[in-house]
Design a protein around this ligand. Structure first.
Ligand code: ATP
Ligand code: MG
Length: 296
């Protein structure tokens, strides 16, 4: 049963194949059947939309409130680079978020799949679009809380050059405030250091740190930072205030450093990040996006 309706009259959805597991969730593909204006009241749903169903199983009912907090945050958002949340629903004892299906899936896996290296221009566009989405959230004083390349979805690959890539930031999933300490430590180096100390420190500044780590992943083609480190080693990494290796792409490396300062007050505002990216782009014609060609 669908509890929240969007602009359309959502009538029901069909669950499809299992796409993967998230933090305490299972993700399935699905189809939303919508009533369109042409449909009569006798049934018949002529519109179908491909979606993903993010299912919080009945074993996690204790955190359903936190799950709905995320859904409620996502419902306040309307931005071209943020995935659309159609609504939430309850089926038996499971809670489900119904989100837009994004064709090429998560950015980390997408990048790792490529056999030909992705261009600096491509990476720069992704960074710019993500910064734009986060700047929008910053203006709205909304905290995402789980910025990483796994949570960035590729809507257009832009590999043929035309128009370039087009990404959408997906929802943050379960808020870190209800995660165990181990789960938080496991999120090093994406989770901000102050949040490992105390998840109540979660703020917009934490998204800047996550953005910095995501830039690192983008520069290194979806490689996993601190991949082979055990939990205790990860903890030590933050305790010693270490930094990730600096990528070759100088401009993105500089931004990364400005985002990954251990003092959250020293991190750049997204508004300034967007401005910096625009400036670098203007100075380097080679990384400017290729315009979409008009077809007669
Ligand atoms: P977390 O809170 O840790 O991000 P999650 O519940 O969001 O957990 P993910 O690990 O982000 O789950 O996603 C699991 C898998 O589901 C992804 O690897 C991807 O294959 C698929 N997926 C998630 N969202 C979408 C989407 N909007 N479109 C297409 N595939 C998606
Ligand atoms: Mg996710």
């Amino acid at each position: 049963r669908v509890l929240t309706l969007s602009l359309h009259d959502i009538v029901f959805f069909i669950q499809g194949e299992h796409l993967g597991r998230g933090t305490r969730t299972n993700i399935y593909s699905g189809v939303l059947k919508l009533k369109s204006e042409d449909d009569d009241d006798m049934g018949g749903y002529s519109q179908e939309v491909k979606v993903i169903l993010k299912v919080l199983g009945s074993g996690h009912r204790d955190i359903s409130l936190a799950f709905f907090e995320t859904a409620s945050m996502m419902r306040q958002i309307s931005h071209k680079h943020i995935a659309l949340l159609y609504g939430v629903c309850v089926r038996h004892q499971e809670n489900i978020m119904v989100e837009e299906f994004v064709q090429y899936g998560p950015l980390d896996l997408f990048m790792r799949r490529q056999s030909i290296p992705l261009s600096t221009a491509w990476k720069f566009q992704v960074a710019k679009q993500l910064a734009g989405a986060l700047s929008y959230l910053e203006d709205k004083k909304l905290v995402h809380g789980n910025v990483c390349s796994k949570n960035i979805l590729v809507a257009r690959d832009g590999l043929d050059g035309e128009g370039g890539p087009f990404i959408k930031l997906s929802d943050p999933g379960i808020p870190i405030t209800v995660l165990s300490r181990e789960e938080c430590v496991d999120r090093i180096p994406w989770i901000a250091p102050e949040c490992v100390q105390d998840t109540a420190n979660l703020s917009i500044a934490a998204d800047k740190w996550g953005f910095g780590t995501t830039l690192w992943e983008i520069c290194y083609n979806g490689e996993i930072p601190l991949k082979d480190k055990k939990l205790t080693e990860k903890e030590r990494f933050y305790a010693a205030q270490c930094q990730l290796a600096s990528p070759d792409c100088e401009e993105l490396a500089k931004l990364m450093t400005h985002c990954m300062t251990y003092d959250p007050r020293q991190r750049l505002f997204f508004r300034a990040i967007v401005r910096d990216i625009d400036m670098v782009e203007k100075q380097n014609p080679s990384i400017q996006p290729v315009p979409m060609l008009e077809v007669d």
